[in-house]
Design a protein. Structure first.
Length: 445
């Protein structure tokens, strides 16, 4: 360990941050933000590339949507196993493996000519890779490195996907129009390499690796953390994930969180992220302009998600989710009546963008409060699997609607109605107990 140059670098960075009154957890959160930002670009890229693939290969929307549905299913189903792998081998190794898988799948797809290759590379390989670095990574880092301001950190890390849209999607759309979709994929691979170097240099698995307590705790307090209720004994990675599901599935809380997050995924990744640009094309709006609207949503989502993290530390998370789902449902139902004018799309970008991923911080906090800090990432992994099953369902369903009915609009009305159902469903939960690891006033900012 002492001969590891990256560990010496981490020690030096930790010492430098401590002199400035900062905890090393902020450095880990920073490199996690970069990683999630770049992988969000890889997740969102197919929304930009649907039309170029149709032009080059003649594949219809439903065919491409089926491959993207596979990606979204695996993206979600990998969540609990990613959490278990991180618990066993550490986030650093798993993130590096994930970045390698994503880059390998994208590079191999540069030469694809058949639908099965699209399904294998963009569906299976990229789906597994992005699933290893999904929201579970942010939940793991936040719960391990932070006791104080955990909701804010979850909000910041979750907002990285919005920033990924803001930075990556308009760039990919412009590159695709100017140089073709292959050039756009090469840019993503370059960004993945940069993220990998950051992870290699700065990411550590736990505060204890550097002799630190989580932010907001002092070393003596670490021995006083109450035991986690119903804790799962250490074991093989897959066994830990399955054990977490078995125990959590016996509770009504889990199924409410699973169902509402299923609807969350259906109304975000599966619908807007995947099909918004082709929807705009149906109304005469080009890919670059459509990606710019997504980028605008990303700006408002960054603000909304960070604010949601701050709010989730202070207010009843159930009521926050009620308002988030309700407003999202109304905004989706409004979109078909916007006439896709500048004013109409701007209003949609604001209201939809503000709570695109704002649901994540309160959902993570509800999960940690109900199931304990040590297994929060495992249970949230299964809740997130519900998110991506919802995304996959509507990614395929919206493509089928466009192919069979020549319109995306039925899918948008259905997603809006489901959001209103989720708003009512979340209020059926009782008030949660306080988090298993109560925050103390931090010594450092």
């Amino acid at each position: 360990m002492a001969t590891d140059p990256t560990l010496r670098l981490s020690d030096a960075v930790a010492a430098g941050l401590a002199r400035r009154g900062l905890h090393y957890g902020w450095a880990v959160a920073g490199v996690t933000f970069l990683t999630m930002l770049v992988t969000a670009g890889a997740v969102g890229a197919p929304g930009v590339l649907i039309l170029p693939l149709q032009r080059e290969f003649g594949w219809d929307t439903a065919t491409i949507g089926s491959a993207l549905a596979v990606r979204l299913v695996l993206f979600g189903l990998m969540g609990p196993f990613a959490a278990a792998l991180m618990n066993r081998y550490g986030p650093r190794r798993i993130v590096l493996l994930a970045l390698l898988l994503i880059a390998g799948g994208l590079l191999a797809s540069l030469g694809m000519t058949q639908v099965w290759q699209l399904v294998l590379l963009w569906g299976v390989v990229v789906g597994i890779g992005t699933g290893l670095t999904a929201l579970v990574l942010g939940a793991t880092v936040a719960t391990r490195w932070f006791s104080h301001r955990r909701g804010l950190v979850v909000g910041l890390l979750t907002a990285s996907s919005a920033t990924g849209q803001l930075v990556v999607l308009p760039l990919l759309a412009a590159l695709t129009e100017a140089l073709g979709w292959r050039a756009a994929l090469l840019v993503i691979c370059g960004l993945l390499l940069a993220a990998g170097l950051g992870v290699l240099a700065l990411m550590r698995d736990r505060p204890e690796d550097l002799g630190l307590a989580p932010y907001g705790e002092t070393p003596p307090a670490m021995d006083k953390i109450p035991p986690v209720a119903g804790k799962i004994p250490p074991g093989p990675s897959a066994g830990g994930a399955i054990a977490a599901l078995r125990d959590a599935a016996a509770t009504r809380v889990f199924w409410v969180l699973f169902a509402t997050f299923f609807i969350c995924g259906a109304s975000t990744n599966g619908l807007i992220q995947t099909h918004f640009i082709p929807l705009c094309a149906d109304y005469g709006i080009g890919p670059v302009q459509g990606a710019s609207v997504l980028a605008a949503m990303g700006v408002f989502d960054f603000v909304g998600t960070v604010a949601s993290g701050w709010l989730s530390d202070r207010y009843d998370n159930r009521w926050l989710l009620f308002w988030y789902y309700g407003l999202r449902g109304l905004s989706l139902m409004f979109l078909p009546f916007s006439d896709f004018s500048f004013v109409g799309l701007s209003l949609f970008a604001v209201f939809y963008g503000l709570d695109w991923i704002a649901t994540v911080p309160p959902t993570v906090r509800l999960t940690a409060a109900r199931f304990g800090r040590e297994r929060a990432n495992l249970v949230f992994g299964w809740v997130f699997a519900g998110h991506q099953l919802g995304a996959a369902t509507i990614a395929y369903g919206a493509g089928l609607s466009r192919t069979e009915l020549a319109s995306y609009l039925p899918a948008f009305f259905a997603a809006g109605a489901l959001c209103l159902v989720a708003a009512g469903l979340i209020l059926t939960l009782g008030r949660p107990a306080r988090d298993a690891a109560p925050a103390a006033n931090p010594a450092h900012a």
